[in-house]
Design a protein around this ligand. Structure first.
Ligand code: CU
Length: 147
């Protein structure tokens, strides 16, 4: 019992070095809850991501850039109804006030992920970096799901 408890320490140190230990990712000021990426049908060159962005900080966080090593281009889009026609436009900056939650959902805000480096099967995970205007970068791991 005592031995297995102690053996956790070297394991976790290695985990931290490899970036797979959750301790380092705790207490982020920006959270992305219930986040997921839609699984792409074969041959599809773009997909969308959803979830709830929440500002747990005491000041406004202005999101200005989105990136993933698994996609050539990532941006934030918003679907709007214009004269009864649904269309998407890019949102280049999104300010989330302290304590505010912004929902990314089909028909509204969504991540637009284009030019996948490799096909992403259901169950894969996508690394997403969200940059703030003040230089902070928030990293998330999103599961690929078929819904
Ligand atoms: Cu879009």
């Amino acid at each position: 019992m005592k031995k297995s408890f102690l053996s956790l320490f070297p394991t976790c140190l290695v985990g931290l070095l490899l970036g797979i230990c959750n301790i380092a990712a705790a207490e982020q000021e920006l959270t992305f809850d219930a986040a997921w990426i839609r699984a792409m049908p074969p041959g599809m060159k773009m997909t969308a991501g959803f979830g709830r962005l929440h500002n747990a900080d005491t000041e406004t966080i202005e999101l200005t850039a989105f990136a993933s090593p698994q996609f050539g281009d990532v941006s934030l889009h918003r679907t709007e109804q214009v004269d009864g026609v649904s269309r998407m436009r890019e949102v280049t900056s999104l300010a989330i006030t302290a304590g505010e939650t912004v929902e990314l959902a089909p028909g509204g805000y969504h991540l637009m992920l284009m030019m996948p480096v490799a096909p992403l099967a259901e169950g894969a995970r996508v690394t997403l970096d969200i940059s703030a205007e003040d230089g902070r970068v928030f990293r998330f791991e999103l599961p690929v799901e078929r819904r």
